[in-house]
Design a protein around this ligand. Structure first.
Ligand SMILES: [Zn+2]
Length: 431
């Protein structure tokens, strides 16, 4: 691989993977590059899917920054009145649950559930799709959330199925978090239908991170993200359910990952809303709010690949997720974290660039053994899949080989002098 001419430093016309833009550009306001994919309907994602990517305007500013600028002009009092109206529409007088708040008990879901209950006097039911492998502090924070006065449904998918799907998602898409994302997206509306609680409150709209061409923010989540027409096929880990069956994954195993029927969502008037549309959403302030109102603890160490200690800290697999985005798009977790903090005015762009230079793409060594064990498909537990995979047991060597397969030559070159992979263009040597 490293002798492949595609990955030569001087190659002026390198191949481009995933339909990404050939010329790498950086936002003039934050640390994003123009390779950042938008979030999409994950269960439609197969190996051939071309991902839509973030849009930059003619001044070289990304959509996430443009949306954030627009938000400066919002009248938050009017938005809060809209929230009260929405709450009053669904508010139950008999004390039963009147809304669902999905989350892990991290700072954002804590803030959402807490403010809905104690300020807006709603009766939220919290629901959680379990992480792959809880961190010690993530589990404690989940308990602190419940201890702050919330009933909770915790759904834990079969570890066997989830491990195999995660491994296949890594193998096929280099996106180990994909099965988790699908399950996590589907669980709240499924519970909403079962318990007849149609209103669901998420925190921040992911569009705030630059997800659509649409220039206005929206309070509602589109039902296409969790439902489909009966006739439409669906994919998990890039494979159809027929292909998954070849690995020993049955229809029954797929229940938690199966999208809802669109008619079921419509008939039950499922209404998925973003609290961040109605209330000024500020992750750092949510953190302060959470520690003030609970026993929330930050991670004892910074997360590999970034400098932060308090966002998205409950899952050991998270470290690996951001490492894969760095390989595929040249954007690691420090890029995501710093660009958000620039938009929120906590740091300036120069500081953001320095943080990216220092931390982005750091290999997540701390849970390596545990993660490789999780991703290893042994004979005993997975008789079919272990035969079908060429390298069922995940090792450092195999992981590195797999990583190389997903490096787009327009993003990476191999330095023969330094004997390592390097980004062709970075935000810190761009100028
Ligand atoms: Zn930007």
């Amino acid at each position: 691989m490293t002798n492949n001419p595609d990955y030569k430093k001087g190659n002026n016309n390198p191949k481009v993977f995933y339909g990404l833009p050939k010329e790498i550009k950086f936002c003039n306001n934050c640390t994003y590059n123009n390779q950042k994919p938008n979030s999409e309907i994950e269960f439609k994602h197969n190996i051939k899917t071309k991902k839509p990517i973030i849009v930059f305007n003619k001044n070289g500013v990304c959509d996430a920054c443009n949306l954030s600028n627009q938000k400066q002009r919002i009248n938050w009092k009017t938005r809060e009145d809209e929230l009260l109206e929405l709450c009053n529409k669904y508010r139950k007088k008999d004390g039963s649950y009147d809304c669902i708040v999905p989350g892990s008990g991290g700072k954002d879901s804590f803030f959402a559930a807490h403010i809905l209950k104690y300020k807006y006097k709603m009766n939220p039911l919290t629901v959680t799709w379990a992480p792959h492998i809880y961190t010690e502090w993530g589990w404690k924070n989940f308990q602190s959330w419940i201890s702050a006065g919330f009933d909770n449904y915790l759904f834990t998918p079969s570890t066997l199925t989830h491990r195999l799907l995660t491994r296949l998602a890594l193998e096929n898409l280099f996106h180990p978090f994909q099965p988790f994302m699908i399950g996590q997206m589907l669980f709240p509306p499924k519970i909403a239908v079962k318990l007849k609680i149609p209103l669901i409150f998420y925190g921040e709209n992911p569009e705030d991170y630059g997800n659509k061409k649409k220039k206005i923010d929206s309070p509602k989540k589109d039902i296409k993200f969790f439902s489909k027409k009966k006739s439409d096929d669906f994919f998990i880990s890039g494979l159809s359910h027929k292909q998954l069956a070849e690995y020993g994954i049955s229809d029954n195993d797929l229940i938690p990952y199966r999208p809802m029927n669109i008619n079921e969502v419509k008939d039950n008037n499922i209404d998925v809303q973003y609290l961040g549309y109605y209330l000024r959403w500020h992750p750092q302030e949510n953190y302060y709010y959470t520690i003030e109102n609970s026993n929330f603890i930050p991670s004892p160490e910074r997360t590999p690949g970034t400098y932060s200690k308090y966002s998205s800290i409950d899952d050991k697999l998270d470290d690996l997720h951001y490492y894969t985005t760095y390989i595929k798009f040249g954007m690691g977790r420090a890029t995501y974290d710093s660009s958000q903090e620039i938009r929120n005015g906590e740091i300036n762009r120069e500081e953001g660039i320095e943080l990216v230079r220092k931390f982005d793409g750091e290999y997540p060594i701390r849970f390596e053994n545990e993660l490789f064990e999780y991703l290893s498909i042994d004979n005993k537990n997975f008789p079919k899949a272990s035969k079908k995979l060429k390298n069922p047991i995940m090792s450092k060597e195999y992981f590195n080989n797999l990583t190389e397969k997903f490096r787009s030559p327009h993003i990476w070159y191999y330095s023969n002098t330094e004997k390592k992979w390097k980004l062709r263009k970075t935000i810190f040597n761009n100028y």
